[in-house]
Design a protein around this ligand. Structure first.
Ligand code: SAH
Length: 258
């Protein structure tokens, strides 16, 4: 089949059936019976998935792909739409998993949506740019540790499943790819204010080369003895960020009380 890629949609169609089967198997192994595929394209993953999952749905933005899938897989529930805009809470009753060979240009946004819906999204198996996959599983103390690593690892266990060479796609992307798996962890609720936790992480990594006393100045002037003041965000573990948030929260409350 000859396919013309639409660049702005991040279309790189997987041509290796063996890899498609492996990605599908990773989600089937979770035994989750509600699964949403993002960007099925011509259905290379879909055909390994839909018969094994009780409630399988796919969302695809490209109208041509949607008509192709509806013709070849008439029993399939294909939603014509944008994963970034769809209301995920009404998609399934209960928890669900997300799978896909993601459009790389929006992979970070896909993960932010997963984070917003983390109470219902228990697993993700996704093919993304290798570099992004490495960043997501990175630990503190490393240059590539960033917002997505901290936020996703706060709520999910991250596994790097395998690397995928660019020549198994049509057209081949310019970068190597990787498949990662996220599994919701035990941390249901944070012990600190969650909105503040997200804000401190985003603001500190927004100026990642600066020490926290300067990137988080508005908060840390309230905490002159904070042990994290002279550190950079990449040095803080998840527990450190939680501790920092608790300290800031307390200082803000005290300020309000006075
Ligand atoms: N799963 C297929 C296609 C992967 S390419 C395969 O492996 O061959 C990425 C797919 O995501 C394309 O089909 C593209 O049209 C679709 N896509 C891009 N942006 C999207 C969005 N916002 N919501 C849903 N699908 C999207």
């Amino acid at each position: 089949m000859q396919v013309r890629a639409k660049k702005q949609l991040g279309q790189h169609f997987l041509t290796d059936e063996n890899i498609a089967g492996k990605i599908a198997q990773a989600i089937i192994d979770t035994r989750i019976q509600n699964v949403l595929e993002v960007g099925p394209g011509m259905g290379v993953l879909t055909k390994y998935l839909h018969e094994h999952i009780a409630q399988f749905k796919a969302i695809e933005i490209d109208k041509e792909s949607v008509s192709y899938l509806s013709e070849y897989y008439p029993d399939l529930e294909v939603i014509s739409g944008d994963f970034l805009k769809i209301d995920l809470s009404s998609m399934f009753e209960g928890e669900f998993a997300v799978v896909g060979n993601f459009p790389y240009n929006i992979s970070s946004q896909i993960f932010f949506r997963v984070l917003e819906n983390r109470n219902r999204t228990t697993s993700v198996v996704g093919m993304i740019q290798k570099e992004v996959a490495e960043r997501i599983k990175e630990k503190e103390g490393n240059k590539t540790y960033g917002i997505l690593s901290v936020l996703l690892q706060t709520f999910f266990d991250v596994e790097y499943l395998f690397t995928v060479h660019e020549n198994v796609f049509s057209p081949p992307p310019k970068v190597k790819s990787a498949v990662i798996k996220l599994t919701r962890n035990q941390r249901a609720e944070l012990p600190c204010n969650e909105a503040l936790y997200f804000r401190l992480i985003k603001e500190s990594f927004g100026q990642r080369r600066k020490m926290l006393r300067s990137s988080l100045k508005t908060y840390l002037t309230l905490l002159p003895n904070c042990k994290f003041s002279t550190q950079r965000p990449e040095q803080l573990s998840i527990d450190n960020f939680i501790e920092l948030t608790l300290q800031v929260e307390q200082a803000l409350n005290e300020k309000k009380a006075h």
